[in-house]
Design a protein around this ligand. Structure first.
Ligand code: NAD
Length: 471
């Protein structure tokens, strides 16, 4: 540990020393490295697939679609847009500022710390690190302790492209996080749970480091009466069970009109059987493991707790080693832990309610969600959910896809997060938008300096009284 403390301190000093050089690197320098890492990722795709399978049995196709593809598409976008994002933006000079020229210059925030979770361990390390680098920052990264194989391949590939004074990885548990969090970083980008997010913010406050917190929450999925339940169940079941439900934006629970609840449950059971034809999920290559036995036991206990308080299990409910079977539940109430905490696993509670008002009310009794999903062909219904609930983002008639959209911002609201990334929003999250005003001609503003005699006072009054519409 002492050795790690020294290594961390040494790296921090080296990055601190390098930060102004990094901030002033040009487009060519940055894009060359981004293209290099893209090439390496694609060349080593199968090693990445193997690493995620070793860490938690993640199917290769899911790794390709949800881990590698978003990172590659982000780099593709940067190849097109980064040079314009990096340019200083010109700002007009209003009447009172004639004789000046102003720009807003995006500048790297400096030395960044990135702390990542285990659930999308390739994407959630690579994406923020490459965004931070593209914006001209150095960064020290602490990936999750639960994904050693994925960490190893990321470290290997990134080590081939970036110098330690640009990007450096430090593996370890909470102690390692704490060693890093004690240092006065310029910016901390944390992805993980709301509980740990609050610890990170408290520690950041000591050094006045700015923070972006990408957290979780209970993301509702609201289904209106007029929807095609077969089609909707296909999307909901995919969105819930991809990565075995260990997705920050997975639909956490479903709200549906009471009279359609039973039909929807039957459709969901059919979809689970279609998606996973082998009934022994523990032998399926299409279904990820829960990350550790402790996490799997927590999920099993959520089901047991709900059952003991009157919930009905319509499907699943079993746990075999680290495989939690896809589980559908109804007859729920808020005394059950499953209706209190973020589930983050393959358990889907389905709650029957009577009308839209009850649905809005049900959602608003929780803290802000990270994502909200609405299935409806009635625009008023969807707009009511959009306008009267709070969350990081809303998707209508689909699930999860918004997080993969390369041009949309991604982040939470309130307890589900602070800050935004993806596309130019990510570049800005890691930048300071620095205003630079240059006086090019003196047009007499110094006339208003003290002493404040009567003529100056009169002129200011005339300006305020008579000159309307200037700013
Ligand atoms: P976590 O908060 O337990 O851990 C995240 C990181 O913080 C890990 O690297 C971990 O080692 C470190 N950490 C843990 N405890 C710490 C402490 N006390 N002090 C300092 N560092 C600590 O989260 P997790 O279990 O890895 O991930 C699951 C959570 O992350 C879920 O809540 C999920 O919703 C959220 N998440 C959010 C997003 C998003 O983009 N908003 C993406 C993925 C996951």
């Amino acid at each position: 540990m002492n050795n790690q403390k020294e290594l961390i301190q040494k790296c921090f000093e080296a990055q601190k020393e390098h930060k102004f050089k990094m901030r002033n690197t040009d487009y060519h320098y940055r894009i060359t490295k981004l293209k290099k890492i893209k090439k390496l990722i694609l060349e080593h795709k199968s090693e990445i697939n193997v690493a995620l399978a070793a860490d938690f049995n993640k199917p290769a196709i899911e790794t390709d679609l949800t881990e590698i593809m978003p990172v590659i598409s982000m780099i593709n976008l940067m190849e097109k847009e980064l040079s314009s994002w990096m340019k200083a933006r010109k700002v007009k000079a209003p009447l009172l500022f004639k004789g000046t020229k102003s720009t807003v210059k995006p500048e790297g925030k400096g030395n960044c710390l990135i702390i990542s979770p285990w659930n999308y361990p390739f994407q959630l390390n690579a994406y923020p690190v490459l965004t931070a680098f593209a914006a001209g920052n150095t960064c020290m990264v602490k990936p999750s302790e639960f994904t050693p194989e994925t960490n190893a391949i990321i470290k290997k590939l990134f080590g081939e492209v970036f110098q330690e004074k640009e990007v450096a990885f430090f593996e370890g548990e909470v102690e390692t996080s704490n060693l890093l969090l004690d240092l006065p970083f310029d910016h901390i980008f944390f992805t993980g749970s709301t509980q740990v997010g609050s610890i990170v913010m408290e520690k950041a406050a000591k050094n006045l480091s700015s923070v972006a917190l990408e957290l979780g929450g209970k993301s509702p999925c609201v289904i209106d009466k007029n929807t095609n339940l077969e089609e909707t169940s296909r999307k909901v079941i995919w969105g819930k069970f991809v990565n075995s439900g260990q997705t920050c934006v997975a639909p956490d629970y479903v709200l549906i009109h009471e009279e359609q609840k039973e039909e929807f449950i039957q459709e969901c059971i059919q979809r689970i059987k279609e998606f996973f034809p082998k009934e022994d999920f523990d032998k399926s290559d299409d279904f990820s493991y829960i990350i550790t036995q402790r996490h799997a036991d927590r999920l099993f206990h959520l089901v047991e707790d709900a059952k003991s308080k009157g919930a009905k299990v319509h499907y699943g409910g079993e746990l075999k080693d680290r495989v939690m079977y896809p589980t559908l539940l109804s007859e729920l109430n808020r005394d059950m832990k499953i209706m209190q905490e973020e589930i983050f696993g393959p358990l889907l509670p389905i709650v029957g309610l009577n009308n839209l008002e009850e649905m809005v009310d049900y959602i608003n009794k929780f803290d802000n969600a990270l994502a909200t999903y609405v299935f409806s062909s009635d625009e008023n219904f969807a707009n009511t959910i959009i306008d009267q609930t709070a969350s990081g983002g809303v998707t209508v008639n689909d699930v999860l896809v918004a997080v993969g959209h390369p041009l949309l911002p991604f982040g939470g609201a309130g307890k589900s997060g602070i800050g935004r990334y993806h596309a130019e929003y990510g570049f800005e999250e890691f930048s300071i938008l620095k205003p630079v005003l240059r006086r090019t001609m003196d047009l007499g503003a110094t006339y208003f300096y003290p002493p404040y005699d009567e003529s100056k006072t009169k002129l200011v009054k005339t300006l305020l009284d008579k000159v309307t519409g200037f700013f």
